[in-house]
Ligand binder design. Structure first.
Ligand code: ADP
Length: 604
């Protein structure tokens, strides 16, 4: 049953910045409050989905039925009257696509490791009766252990009569699509998936696509002919395998079953690819149940009964996230006993309450709701006049709003607490409007935005979510709130923009990562200026936030075709300027060419 508002999401998750977007969805980083685990939240607007709504339903149903070490796990589904949220296993390593382009191409050995995991995922997906139909490196994410996870089942199919039955819908990305698919013939989903796996294998080994052209018709012709070049670095064994997978006639193509113990795949391994699920659906773990039962003061029997309903609600999410903790060797513990804050509302630009507002010269924000009996009303003071005037329903719920120390420290050296109801939409709009006005007056726009989204701020808020209060922590100015619990004090510290981190003070220092292009230069401003001068030439529009450039390109009709970020930063070892790239939307290969073009023209 759809719920009315986003409160169901916000009750259980903190929501942070956008980490990706696709054809249908925006994906944000989040944190499950009860377990403290990071998650990815895929957000879909129903009105934007239109005729694609059934695809989302298909994706949800498929993901509920799939539980495998190389398939991204679904934890929770929340449907409101206007949105659908899918809470997923978070994969911090980004897309396999970005990994390939950062390295130009992968060695045969590294490719083999990844390809094992791809075969394992696909063999499992097929064994469950599904064809994925949109296999490409953008849909394989890297988790924190550098393992692959398959995502995006929006185009998958489960033929009623089994996978051997023919399908008719032509879908997927053209460059990875099998010839029979683009010719509009009836096709077998698993056979088409093997073709896409061949294209994917080629992309891993070569760093470019076997069939590529800007013109769709030319591309289709290349695919139906099935002719591609074999670069000189490919070994004879790789050439053979690619040829066996990219056979135009699907009946002559290898099957996934044959791939499991194919000589190329087996090289250096003593056993065929393990494809069975290590995490079968429906398994009930005693330790997780015990922890949940204790925390909720319910019987184990009732807890087992509720978890076994697999409703993909808070119960399922809590159980699966606890299980994930256990598998990683971490304590199977819930954070239910958090002393001050048990429900945390977090920076939500476009969901509910914008997190950072200016009010009377102060930067304030971050609304925390506490329904915890230990949060005494004495901490809920009056709302700020801005909200009082809007008639917001403050006081209806117990909640605490924290005023942070302002960014312009001199303007307001005080910190204060107030109470406000986070659910009041009119108040939100009013506050946002006031924020804009105040920002215009104080000229703080850039700084506020940085405050809301800078990774430093995020990581600090993530720390907070651990709810560990360090009583010895030095406070950075502002008052100490007696017994309001050092937790809240820490909230304020977290919201206090550190002087060192201001956007005007320089680029971020980061460790080398694969999505960072190294330059030989040491002057970040010079690099930034070079990029800034090139972007207009390449028809890239951008918004500058400190050393981050939020870029996008548009079609002739004003539709945003590509969105990405470039951030000039300083690397630690060697101490040179680097450029962090992140694609947020648009075709991956077009993005690759554009960013390469920008960086090479900038001569950095
Ligand atoms: P769509 O269905 O709209 O195509 P996707 O499911 O492909 O959306 O997600 C879009 C992008 O969001 C992905 O390409 C990836 O960069 C990011 N993303 C999706 N799921 C996750 C996740 N579980 N962890 C981290 N990033 C993710």
């Amino acid at each position: 049953m759809p719920v009315d508002s986003t409160s169901e999401l916000l009750k259980h998750y903190e929501v942070y910045e956008t980490i990706g977007s696709g054809g249908f969805a925006k994906v944000k980083l989040g944190r499950h409050i009860l377990t403290g685990e990071k998650v990815a939240i895929k957000i879909m607007e129903k009105k934007d989905l239109g005729d694609d709504l059934p695809r989302v339903k298909i994706e949800i149903e498929a993901m509920k039925n799939l539980s495998h070490q190389h398939v991204c796990r679904l934890y929770h589904v929340i449907e409101t009257s206007s949105k659908i949220y899918m809470v997923l296993e978070y994969c911090p390593g980004g897309e396999l696509f970005d990994y390939i382009i950062a390295k130009d191409r992968l060695s045969e050995e590294e490719t083999r490791v990844f390809f094992h995991q791809i075969i394992s995922a696909m063999a499992y997906v097929h064994s469950q009766g599904y064809a994925h139909r949109d296999l490409k490196p953008e849909n394989l994410l890297i988790d924190e252990d550098h393992n692959l996870k398959l995502i995006d089942f929006g185009l998958c199919a489960k033929p009623k009569g089994g996978l051997g039955f023919e399908l008719l819908t032509c879908c997927g990305s053209p460059a990875y699509a099998a010839p029979e698919l683009i010719q509009g013939k009836a096709y077998i989903g698993s056979e088409a998936d093997v073709w896409s796996m061949g294209v994917l294998l080629y992309a891993l080994l070569c760093g470019f696509l076997p069939f590529d052209d800007d013109n769709c018709m030319v591309l289709y012709r290349k695919i139906t002919r099935g002719k591609y070049s074999n670069p000189h670095w490919l070994s004879p064994a790789s050439i053979l395998l690619l040829n066996q997978m990219m056979q135009v006639d699907p009946k002559r193509r290898l099957t996934v079953k044959q791939l499991l113990d194919h000589p190329w795949v087996m090289k250096g391994y003593s056993t065929p690819v393990e494809w069975q699920s290590k995490h079968p659906l429906g398994h009930i773990d005693e330790d997780c149940i015990t922890e949940m039962a204790v925390a909720s003061k319910q019987s184990r029997q009732l807890t087992i009964q509720l978890v076994s309903e697999w409703k993909y609600d808070q119960m399922t999410a809590t159980y699966l996230l606890l299980l994930a903790k256990k598998r990683q060797g971490r304590p199977v513990r819930l954070r239910a006993e958090c002393p001050v804050i048990d429900r945390m509302y977090s920076p939500l630009q476009d969901i509910q309450v914008s997190s950072v507002f200016t009010h009377l010269g102060c930067v304030w924000g971050k609304v925390f709701m506490s329904q915890h009996p230990l949060c005494p009303p004495r901490y809920c003071h009056k709302p700020p006049p801005a909200l009082e005037r809007t008639g917001a329903h403050w006081g209806q719920r117990e909640c605490v709003c924290v005023y942070a120390v302002p960014s312009a420290a001199a303007a307001c050296s005080d910190t204060c607490l107030s109470c406000v109801c986070a659910g009041a939409g009119s108040a939100t709009k009013e506050v946002s409007r006031r924020r804009e006005m105040d920002q215009q007056q104080s000229g703080q726009q850039g700084e506020l935005d940085i405050l809301a989204f800078s990774p430093e701020r995020r990581s600090r808020s993530l720390d907070l979510a651990g709810c560990q209060v360090d009583s010895g922590q030095k406070r950075k100015g502002g008052k100490v709130f007696g017994s309001l619990e050092r937790g809240l004090d820490k909230v304020i510290t977290m919201l206090t923009p550190s002087k060192k981190r201001g956007p005007r003070d320089g680029p971020r220092k980061i460790k080398a990562q694969y999505n960072v292009t190294l330059t030989s230069q040491t002057n970040a401003d010079q690099v930034l200026n070079q990029i800034l001068s090139i972007l207009p030439e390449k028809n890239v529009d951008f918004v500058q936030k400190g050393y981050t450039l939020k870029c996008h390109t548009q079609s002739d009709f004003g539709k945003v075709t590509m969105q990405f970020e470039l951030e000039v930063c300083i690397l630690q070892k060697p101490e040179v300027v680097g450029i962090r790239r992140q694609r947020l939307k648009g075709d991956a290969w077009v993005y690759k060419h554009l960013v390469e073009d920008i960086l090479s023209t900038s001569s950095i």
